[in-house]
Design a protein around this ligand. Structure first.
Ligand code: 26V
Length: 817
């Protein structure tokens, strides 16, 4: 029997669809639907639209023979989807009204959604922004990754310390995915090589006795803004094959066989929560290979089904490697072409190099991937052989260019001859690609001159820059509806897909009425964040204070500590010197530390300890508040960023490849205090030097100090009483009365000539820059003008611009083509 559903009313066009899903997908009558079910049914109703559009999009690409672009990444930090999909499909109002008609509030329903936290930080979120831009631009872009059952851990704060809790985000599945068991992919791992010969007597190695994993694709529709294009993010879950290791079943050890089955399903169980190398973890290597094998198989099948030949492969297919994590794809494509499709090595190699491109995201040595040769031989014996062959031919090329230069040969080899021997994944990615790019101008220069000078000398044309961007749909349109409405009222809505149009705001930057409207919106956003701070930290902060925000992964190079040293300085000025600040300030921190990164975890404890002291000292009289908001994630960032007055971007120059939070804050009307690092430099160029607070050493100066062994932090402390006082307070237990020695290690690291991050070298410049901030904030009209000019001049940092550059310079793909 059919349910009685209310007739469609013009004011509630989607009510019927939601009700049907409640009833027939979830088995819940509308009258009894609890919020989580309403969310689920709403998502399913939205998904119906996505599926239609996704199929139309695929048919269009097929018909137009569009060049396909594949973005391979171990991380996609998607966040929530409901609001984003509604906005991009242009259905927000209609759904909002339909839900209201049912007595439900769309914001409450959106709040039910769990973030998809399938990434650690910047690298994963960049992948998500790129998917949005590719779909918006009508590029045939596909994401490939892993459907982790557990995303990045949830962070709780217990007595000031970080505690990690599992993030079982998939729980009973998500409405945003379509599972396709019929498109499963079989992946061989382990086993051994039999050195055989073919009929003509040529060497013909055979990979035998491998075990099988099965990859099940879960497709997430990615709606472009305007709703015309809906692309696909294909995430693989690992399943064991039923005949996984039949031998064990046959020998009758049933339980052992089931155990093996379970082990193979752990492959897609959890995201690795560190953004530094997990030295030699076998499961991580299997993860990397598992998804690469599924992706390459899928890409090759799709190509062959349309074109039947590999001749056109690089013309029709581009594959971007998001860092080296998917670099095994180079060896896997070679294996398919040579072993399974019998192409000659030469032809296979030409196709491979013309297809792949590699993006580098970090210069930090500890984050550069290396895998022990022995481990790779064990897990992927055939790939190890192929990598040796690639290396052999590559080293011949190096020898031809630099005869007799053995040192260079050793430095460039894909194999590091250390103990144990290691495979250098970056070298594999470079050799197998036609493009190597960094993610901001400075970073791309340093890749050429510092990280990989030999490769740059060998392949100068391969190296290029693609400065990062972020999607204005999520980070302005969705995150900041108040500002969106104000902007659109004045310059129309064209900026949503053409962010350069924000320059139309420049003439308004000095208009008091516009400034006031802008200020009202900022103030409202600060109220929302103040409420979040109350809800999560039980701390009262005033929306009238200046909100200075440091929100990103906790890392020594990002220098949360530098920010803290300045807070301690201000605190001491009040309680020791009797200074009365002109206006109150709220310092807000958020970010996760990798679970095994002790120094980072100590920084979290220190932030919370300083907070406890400062917030509760009556002499401070609310002039300073310090808050650490737990569990930084995409949905929280969407609340934090629009509420910032001051964006703190103070990494040691040369260490932050780009940064993308810096862009999100500035486009939401925060002024930046920052070092000349990563994309901060380009932000300064765009907004104007007078509209940003830049301080500190340059990357070149940092390098010179390091090269000359010229860092003398204790001398700095001795000669600058202000700095000495800060360190004394820290070292004598002022912020840890229960354990006065707790932060002595922090002091020691700050005073060590080996502090790689040169905190004390930049401290006085930072304090001075903060004084300039203070003077400026004290002149509200001036501050507002700068703020508006920042928003107006951030067009460059739309990921649409970034993607158009990739499409033109690297992928040779045309949008809407
Ligand atoms: C390395 C590893 C090693 C194996 C374990 C898992 C894992 C995960 C990530 C990484 C490398 C992280 C590099 C990274 O996140 N770089 C950031 O990339 C952003 C986007 O380009 C950029 O804005 C940031 O500045 C940069 O730190």
């Amino acid at each position: 029997m059919k349910a009685k559903v209310k007739a469609v009313t013009p004011s509630a066009p989607h009510r019927q669809s939601i009700t049907r899903h409640l009833r027939y997908s979830l088995g819940t009558p509308e009258t009894k639907a609890p919020l989580p079910s309403l969310y689920e049914a709403t998502a399913l109703a939205v998904r119906d639209h996505l599926i239609d559009k996704m199929m139309e999009t695929e048919a269009r690409y097929e018909k137009k023979k569009a060049k396909r672009v594949y973005y391979l990444s171990l991380e996609f930090l998607m966040g929530r989807s409901l609001g984003n999909n509604l906005y991009n499909l242009g259905l927000f109002e209609a759904f909002s009204e339909s839900l209201a008609d049912m007595g439900a509030d769309i914001d409450e329903i959106r709040a039910q959604e769990h973030d998809a936290a399938l990434g650690n930080g910047g690298l994963g979120r960049l992948a998500a922004c790129f998917l949005d831009s590719m779909a918006t631009l009508g590029l045939a872009g596909y994401g490939y990754g892993i459907n982790y059952e557990f995303g990045l851990f949830k962070q709780e704060i217990d007595n000031g310390y970080q505690k990690e809790k599992p993030d079982n985000w998939l729980g009973n599945g998500t409405p945003w995915q379509l599972k396709h068991p019929e498109k499963q992919c079989i992946v061989p791992v382990y086993g051994r090589i039999v050195h055989a010969e073919d009929r003509e007597g040529n060497y013909n190695p055979m990979w035998m006795d491998w075990k099988t994993l099965i990859g099940i694709p879960h497709d997430m529709p990615i709606a472009g803004y305007g709703g015309k294009t809906v692309n696909t993010l294909r995430l693989y879950a690992a399943k064991s094959s039923d005949d996984f290791d039949m031998d064990i079943f046959n020998t009758g050890d049933y339980l052992k066989a089931v155990e093996q089955k379970m082990t193979s399903e752990t492959v897609s169980k959890v995201l690795y929560p560190s953004d530094a190398m997990e030295s030699g973890r076998e499961l991580r290597l299997v993860q990397e290979y598992f998804f690469v094998a599924c992706a390459i198989r899928d890409i090759v099948d799709r190509h062959l089904s349309s074109y039947k030949t590999f001749n056109t492969f690089p013309d029709r297919v581009a594959i971007q490697l998001n860092d080296t994590h998917p670099a095994l794809a180079v060896a896997e494509l070679m294996r398919l072409l040579v072993d399974e499709h019998a192409l000659t090595w030469k032809r296979a190699w030409a196709i491979t190099c013309a297809t792949f491109a590699y993006t580098n995201h970090t210069l930090l040595p500890e984050a550069l991937e290396k895998w022990p040769v022995a481990l790779m031989e064990h897990v992927l014996p055939r790939h190890m052989q192929i990598i040796f062959e690639i290396n052999h031919r590559f080293l011949d090329e190096v020898k031809a260019k630099w005869p007799g230069d053995n040192a260079r040969l050793a430095a460039m080899s894909i194999i590091e001859e250390s103990h144990p021997r290691q495979v250098r994944m970056a070298h594999l990615a470079i050799v197998g690609s036609h493009s190597v790019n960094g993610v901001a101008a400075l970073h791309s220069e340093l890749v050429k001159t510092e990280l990989l000078p030999d490769f740059y000398a060998l392949y100068p044309k391969r190296f290029n820059n693609k400065t990062n961007g972020v999607t204005p749909r999520r980070w302005l349109f969705k995150a900041n509806p108040g500002l969106t409405a104000l902007i659109t009222r004045h310059i129309g809505d064209g900026w949503v897909t053409d962010m350069d149009r924000l320059t139309g705001l420049e003439p308004l930057s000095r208009e008091p009425a516009f400034q006031d409207a802008f200020g009202t919106i900022k103030r409202a956003n600060k109220e929302v964040l103040a409420k979040t701070i109350w809800d999560t930290c039980r701390l009262k902060v005033s929306p009238d204070s200046l909100f200075a925000i440091h929100a990103k992964r906790i890392h020594e190079y990002k220098r949360q500590l530098l920010c803290l040293l300045h807070i301690i300085h201000q605190y001491l000025e009040i309680v020791e010197d009797g200074k009365i600040p002109n206006f109150p300030r709220t310092y807000i921190f958020a970010g996760k530390a990798a679970p095994g990164y002790e120094a980072a975890k100590r920084i979290i404890k220190l932030i919370n300890s300083v907070a406890a002291t400062v917030n509760n000292d009556p002499r401070v009289n609310d002039a300073i508040k310090v808050a650490f908001i737990p569990d930084y994630r995409v949905s929280l960032a969407e609340r934090i960023i629009p509420a910032a007055d001051l964006s703190v971007q103070i990494s040691t120059a040369g260490k932050e490849a780009s940064g993308t939070g810096n862009m999100k804050f500035a486009m939401n009307g925060a002024l930046t205090i920052g070092t000349l690092d990563g994309a901060n430099i380009e932000i300064m160029e765009e907004v104007g030097e007078e509209n940003i607070f830049i301080f500190g050493l340059t990357a070149g100066e940092v390098q010179a100090i390091r090269a000359g062994h010229a860092y003398r932090p204790w001398a700095i402390a001795e000669s600058e009483p202000v700095i000495k006082r800060i360190l004394d307070a820290l070292g004598t237990g002022r912020f840890s009365p229960d354990a006065p020695g707790r932060f002595i290690p922090v002091c020691e690291s700050l005073l060590s000539q080996y502090d790689p991050y040169l905190h004390l070298a930049d401290l006085s410049a930072y304090i001075k820059a903060q004084e300039q901030v203070e003077a400026c904030y004290d002149t509200p009209r001036l501050w507002m003008e700068k703020t508006i000019l920042n928003v107006a001049r951030m067009g460059k940092f739309s990921s649409d611009r970034t993607i158009l550059e990739y499409a033109k310079d690297i992928w040779n793909a045309t949008p809407k083509g």
